[in-house]
Design a protein around this ligand. Structure first.
Ligand code: SF4
Ligand code: SF4
Length: 393
């Protein structure tokens, strides 16, 4: 964002406070400086040099979860998360606790395929014993077989269409089963499926750390690679990747991956899931922030779940409120993240559903961690796993 636009956007704020009524960090802390309106005001004061870049100020700006709940309600039409990204570029050197993380991210994020076996070995050696001893929280195991090991094209004799998958890092390294579930669904419905090993991180973690130039570099490479893939849609399993590619790549590079699409939208548009049936069960649905606030997709996953005979959808209270994950936020602001997440777990438990379904691997990680810590028995599933199970029941 050029400085005049940044300054203009900041100046549009009339301090009405509507944004903070939905801001999960404000609602949890009741601290104006850890809420949407306060952050916008502080960035305005920083630009006007009434505030200086300090560690404390950086903490407040980095405590935003970038969930986007505030964005759609601002009467002045301010894209508040976009201002937070800009503020983080200004403040990243003051946010000292992530200096090491930023340096290692810059080096590792485009080399994850090569580093995954090493990280997996480290995880087994150091993390597992510490987790078993109750010292470290649950982290899913890095898979021995990432989803996109090599570029593969799965041919199909029916060939009603051809799609590619943008798996995202969480699916690729932690949850390849989710990627395989999507491939199974598509193949059994007659699609040719392309899994492309040239996929890189979408850039969201870098951008959230204020590393704009590096995020743009990844965006550029993903655009070049995926726009060469012949496919009617590039299906994404992670709403953060989808939102970043659709909305932020054009800002970062002036271009985007043309036909990126959320899986829920693809399934409902193609009407390809009719006639599924499972043994009777109750499920509840959690809206990932970047899918609901970011992309406006709320009804489609519910439509899919309701269409599966045997599934009863029991809505939880505040299904569209954040689960508290927000990537690195859950590490750096653990207490706020836990408080938000525990509320979500209570709302899930109150439905007595045996499964909580969502459409985001990040939410799955957070919900599974908190489910284990609270000794709840419900299952946590990505919607494509539920569909794949229903197709094979
Ligand atoms: S993006 Fe989310 S956490 Fe950040 S200011 Fe807006 S509502 Fe609050
Ligand atoms: S809703 Fe918009 S105008 Fe109102 S305080 Fe928040 S940022 Fe400012």
């Amino acid at each position: 964002m050029i400085e005049s636009t940044y300054s203009h956007e900041l100046s549009k704020c009339v301090r009405c406070g509507i944004c903070k009524t939905l801001c999960p960090t404000y609602l949890t802390t009741r601290n104006e400086a850890i809420g949407a309106r306060g952050r916008v005001a502080m960035l305005g004061a920083l630009l006007a040099k009434r505030l200086h870049p300090t560690k404390r100020l950086a903490d407040m700006i980095y405590s935003c979860m970038l969930c986007g709940a505030c964005k759609n309600v601002c009467p002045a039409g301010i894209d508040i998360p976009e201002l937070m990204y800009q503020g983080r570029i200004e403040l990243r050197n003051s946010y000292r606790k992530t200096r090491l993380l930023r340096k290692s991210l810059k080096y590792t994020i485009s080399r994850l395929d090569n580093l995954a076996p090493f990280l997996r070995a480290c995880q087994k050696m150091f993390y597992q014993p510490l987790h078993k001893a109750g010292i470290l929280r649950y982290i899913p195991e890095i898979s021995a077989r990432p989803f996109k090991e090599s570029t593969q094209v799965y041919k199909n004799t029916k060939k009603i269409g051809r799609v590619a998958i943008f798996a995202g890092c969480s699916v690729n390294y932690f949850y390849p089963n989710i990627g395989r579930a999507l491939s199974n669904i598509l193949l059994s419905k007659g699609y040719e499926v392309v899994i492309f090993s040239g996929e890189l991180c979408c850039g969201a973690p870098l951008r959230s750390m204020g590393l704009e130039k590096e995020a743009s570099g990844l965006a550029q490479k993903n655009i070049e690679h995926f726009n060469k893939v012949r496919a009617e849609a590039i299906l994404s399993l992670c709403p953060t990747c989808t939102m970043v590619i659709k909305e932020q790549y054009p800002l970062l590079t002036g271009n985007t991956i043309r036909n990126i699409m959320d899986v829920n939208e693809f399934f409902t548009e193609k009407k390809m899931l009719d006639g599924l049936e499972v043994a009777p069960r109750t499920v509840t649905y959690h809206d990932p922030c970047h899918l609901s606030y970011g992309l406006g997709v709320r009804d489609k996953p519910r439509q899919i779940l309701r269409s599966i005979k045997g599934i009863e959808l029991s809505e939880m209270k505040h299904a569209d409120e954040c689960c508290g994950f927000a990537g690195f936020f859950s590490l750096h602001f653990k207490d706020i993240s836990n408080t938000i997440g525990k509320k979500k777990i209570e709302n899930i438990s109150a439905t007595s559903a045996e499964t909580v379904v969502t459409s985001c691997p990040g939410c799955i990680m957070q919900l599974e961690t908190l489910r284990r810590e609270s000794n709840n028995k419900f299952r946590v599933r990505h919607i494509v796993e539920v569909i794949d199970e229903a197709m094979n029941e």
